[in-house]
Design a protein around this ligand. Structure first.
Ligand code: SF4
Ligand code: SF4
Ligand code: FES
Length: 637
């Protein structure tokens, strides 16, 4: 609740007779929204500075002779705003009639049909019919390939400048320009050069009409054909919030779902256009098992029983430590937690990992700084270019910190002198340090140096895959348990574990997840060929599925429900956006059933919500953590 001093500073205005209190400097457009009154806009955008060029948002302000643009007018005490008067209605109607004068009649074939602000506002506020007798419209180029990703239709453009301003204010790349004058004004790429930005996929989303469209989505679907599910981009560890739009159980597109704390409403092209990977047809769709030397389809129950029996046999003959367990950084938190429990508590092996290369010397302190907290730093040191290569949308946050907020960004190479860097930092204030996980030691060294020079510094470490952070927090590693608990005996890291399998010390492998971190490694092939038993739960046909003695069909991240933790420690929900082509249990249920086959009970139903409760009980930082919030790690934990 606001305290008395805050309340005293608020400005009282009225919108269509409704009183509303807003902070001084608020735009009338935002005040109208707060009052629950919709004002149509074209050029205005929540993330861009106002320019007031389209005049769609004009409203009456008592005492002023002319209509005022709500998107660029600031509130004043006692202001009386009217959005529904005859004058406003007449102006909107005329404005739309003017916009439609030269607009092509493309709606039936336009990719924005059904989700276009020009269509919608024309229906709601526009003229029912054209009065003009113009038969020949001014024509511009159609289907202009701005890049391999973006198509431009110049005739559909309503000259709102959003695309131009996006490049100026958000990315700083200035790849789109307005050319010519008057009725001949057109939008185009600079000198018709192909767009090169890695953030161009945001353009069709900020364009209010069908002028800029995704080539990937061209003529694929209509909005009413799609089922929309809020989820998380699975391409990297940044955790951008997305809508997954699916048609007939295939992903048709990703759209951004603004989370100001994470993505600030932008996606990178790698993430946005990366989903066809999840639509690939090379799926494992049936449980299979090697029976008498031949692989054949078996029932789900039979496969689980055979997998449990084989693992029990190896454990009985050679001990639990002869079993290696490999997960994936693309598993959910719930799966990661259950898999490490299955390895340690049920199979009794310490050899469990989710990655190929060893990860040592990690602690929650390396993740103290949040993404949005970068905006509160007086200076930010970025170590090398790996953080932005790993999580491209970070580039846009850093651009905002430097260009909009005027803070210092200091880019240093991966090998640097901490003493030299500290000398270049401001004398006081908070310092943010951004590093890839591979550079965590250097980042922590710089933090210590800055601390001893009297600066308050915190580190944001960028991990590698969508749930690398969750897998680490929950102990899917051989050297730390859940919550980074130290262990009496460390197990073998992924690569060492595979080497041990090739050497004949590991007799059985349990591989769960997409295996992407391992599939490219020759050692993985050798290890799978060598072990007596390979139980594989995977969505994809590949090295692991082919080598499996027992194979169970897994789900892709788009087919799962659960949580993942982004690189800053924010626990976010992934939801089932498409159904797999089979009805076998989820990966989490498979792990629960496997544990039961091995004689252990998870203690709760193998569903995301009860398992989250279970893991939160084991990791205090996750206790009471609602999806959408950062897990709270006590300093020094
Ligand atoms: S292309 Fe779209 S975003 Fe750009 S000016 Fe035209 S209507 Fe606006
Ligand atoms: S930065 Fe990462 S999470 Fe965000 S859109 Fe790009 S790939 Fe996806
Ligand atoms: S939305 Fe206000 S002038 Fe364009």
């Amino acid at each position: 609740m606001a305290d008395a001093s805050t309340v005293a500073e608020l400005v009282n205005i009225s919108v269509d007779g409704r009183p509303v209190e807003v902070p001084p400097g608020t735009l009338v457009w935002d005040a109208c929204e707060k009052a629950g009154i919709f004002v149509p806009v074209y050029c205005a955008h929540k993330k861009l500075e106002p320019v007031a060029v389209c005049r769609m948002c004009l409203v009456e302000v008592e005492g002023l002779p002319k209509l005022q643009p709500a998107c660029a007018t600031r509130v004043a005490p006692g202001m009386v705003v009217r959005t529904q008067t005859e004058q406003v209605r007449k102006f909107r109607d005329g404005n739309l009639e003017f916009l439609l004068l030269n607009h092509p009649l493309d709606c039936p074939v336009c990719d924005r049909g059904g989700e276009c602000d020009l269509q919608d506002f024309t229906q709601r506020y526009g003229p029912g019919r054209a009065r003009s007798s113009i038969t020949e419209k001014v024509h511009f180029d159609k289907a202009v390939k701005l890049s391999d990703k973006i198509m431009l239709d110049q005739e559909r453009c309503i000259l709102c400048w959003r695309c131009v301003r996006y490049y100026e204010e958000i990315t700083g790349e200035r790849e789109i320009v307005l050319q010519e004058r008057g009725v001949h004004t057109v939008v185009d790429s600079f000198e018709r050069q192909p767009l090169q930005s890695q953030f161009q996929g945001n353009l069709p989303e900020i364009c209010p009409v069908g002028a800029l469209t995704h080539r990937q989505y061209r003529f694929r679907a209509r909005p009413w054909d799609l089922r929309r599910t809020a989820s998380v981009c699975s391409h990297c560890s940044y955790g951008c919030n997305i809508f997954v739009d699916a048609r007939e159980e295939q992903i048709a597109r990703y759209a951004s779902n603004d989370n100001p704390e994470v993505d600030d409403s932008w996606l990178c092209d790698q993430g946005r256009y990366g989903f066809p990977e999840l639509n690939r047809p090379e799926r494992v769709i049936n449980p299979e098992a090697r029976v008498g030397g031949l692989r054949q389809a078996v029932s789900y129950q039979d496969a689980v029983a055979r997998a449990a029996g084989a693992l029990l046999r190896v454990r009985g003959d050679h001990g639990g430590t002869s079993v290696g367990v490999l997960g994936s950084p693309r598993m959910t938190n719930e799966e990661a937690f259950v898999l490490q429990w299955l390895a340690r508590e049920v199979i009794a092996t310490p050899h469990v990992d989710h990655r190929y290369e060893p990860l040592e010397g990690i602690s929650p302190e390396q993740f103290r700084l949040g993404i949005a907290e970068l905006e509160g730093c007086d200076a930010v040191v970025v170590i090398g270019d790996r953080p932005e290569r790993l999580s491209p949308v970070l580039t846009l946050r850093l651009y905002k910190v430097a260009n909009k907020l005027g803070r210092q960004i200091l880019r240093v190479p991966e090998t640097f002198s901490a003493a030299q860097v500290v000398k270049q930092l401001p004398a006081a204030g908070r310092i943010g340090i951004v590093a890839a996980q591979a550079d965590r030691a250097a980042a922590m060294g710089l933090r210590a140096k800055a601390g001893s020079a009297g600066r308050e510094a915190a580190v944001l470490t960028i991990t590698e895959a969508v749930n690398s952070r969750g897998c680490q927090d929950l102990g899917l590693l051989p050297n730390v348990g859940p919550g980074y608990r130290s262990l009496e005996h460390s197990g073998l890291f992924g690569r060492q574990l595979l080497e041990a399998a090739v050497a004949g010390q590991i007799k059985a492998l349990l591989v769960v997840g997409d295996g992407a971190d391992f599939e490219a490694e020759g050692l993985f092939h050798e290890a799978l060929a060598k072990v007596d038993v390979a139980v594989v739960v995977t969505a994809w046909q590949g090295v692991a599925s082919r080598a499996a003695t027992v194979l169970l069909p897994g789900r892709t991240i788009a087919e799962k429900a659960g949580t993942v933790t982004n690189t800053e420690g924010r626990v976010q929900r992934v939801r089932t956006a498409v159904e797999p082509k089979f009805t076998f249990p989820s990966d989490l249920r498979i792990l629960g059933d496997l544990a039961a086959g091995l004689g252990s009970d998870l203690g709760v139903q193998a569903l995301a919500a009860p398992v989250f409760e279970l893991l939160a009980a084991a990791v205090p930082a996750y206790r009471g953590c609602q999806a959408g919030l950062r897990a709270h790690w006590e300093p020094g934990s």
